[in-house]
Design a protein around this ligand. Structure first.
Ligand SMILES: [Zn+2]
Length: 261
């Protein structure tokens, strides 16, 4: 019991630390900056951030969301990404556990969760899904297929190519009919990434959930923008965050079955 609590805390802290790194990825990757060097600095005054101001969540609270030197605000996104990663790492560990086989399954799913969080926040701000995340993620997913917690390798590779192909065709047909670009290339590649990690179940959940959530959010957004009805389809909202929500929902549906909830 006490060991399980200590392990839970350890996994949660690991998630916070990884989340702190994801903040760096989310900021730097779309700006074509290196994610390993130099040290992070305040975007307001360029002062390098000391290690003791870089403790996940706690530093944000101590600094009260402001840079110590120039008082420019630190985005709420930093602690949110850290807490979200911590929570999802913990939930994944509760779902899969570790033993000799599961440790690689666990790292595989943690990596997928990290990719999903990065994609959601990058797409939200920049309307792009970097290839480093979608294609790089696909490669890692393909290399670790063997250790998947429920799908066979063949199923995953087939699902991944099927998902990519289906969306590729869908995008071409959509463009032919409407004369507009509906799905971006980044979304299509990311569908392949979801397939290599979660199989067909993941692709369908992402597709259905993202469409439902996307339509609801789109209508609300359009209403707030006071746009006329025929403009709803033209209202550009990034699709990536909805695909991520669908994929993570599928993942946790699987975990709840695993835990007999
Ligand atoms: Zn500053």
């Amino acid at each position: 019991m006490i060991l399980a609590v200590i392990a839970s805390i350890f996994v949660f802290i690991l998630g916070l630390v990884v989340g702190s790194f994801l903040n760096v990825v989310i900021y730097r990757l779309p700006r074509d900056l290196s994610v390993v060097k130099p040290r992070s600095c305040c975007p307001g005054c360029q002062t390098p951030i000391e290690w003791n101001q870089n403790i996940p969540v706690i530093s944000y609270l101590i600094l009260r969301g402001k840079c110590r030197k120039c008082s420019s605000p630190i985005s709420w996104q930093y602690p949110v990404v850290e807490l979200l990663t911590g929570f999802l790492f913990w939930a994944s560990w509760r779902g899969l556990g570790f033993d000799a086989f599961a440790i690689i399954s666990q790292i595989r799913i943690w990596t997928f969760i990290s990719i999903c969080i990065s994609i959601a926040f990058i797409d939200l701000e920049h309307r792009i899904i970097p290839d480093e995340l979608s294609l790089g993620g696909w490669l890692f997913g393909a290399l670790t297929c063997y250790w998947d917690f429920r799908n066979g390798m063949g199923n995953l590779i087939f699902s991944s190519l099927g998902g990519f192909g289906f969306f590729f065709l869908f995008a071409i047909v959509y463009e032919k009919i409407t004369g507009r670009n509906g799905l971006g290339g980044g979304d299509i590649k990311f569908m392949g990434t979801i397939g290599i990690f979660l199989g067909f179940g993941g692709i369908w959940s992402s597709l259905i959930l993202s469409s439902v959530i996307g339509v609801i959010v789109g209508v609300i957004y359009a209403w707030f923008q006071k746009k006329r009805k025929e403009n709803i389809l033209r209202t550009a909202i990034p699709y990536g965050p909805f695909l991520v929500m669908g994929a993570l929902a599928e993942l946790f549906f699987e975990f709840s079955k695993w835990l007999n909830l």
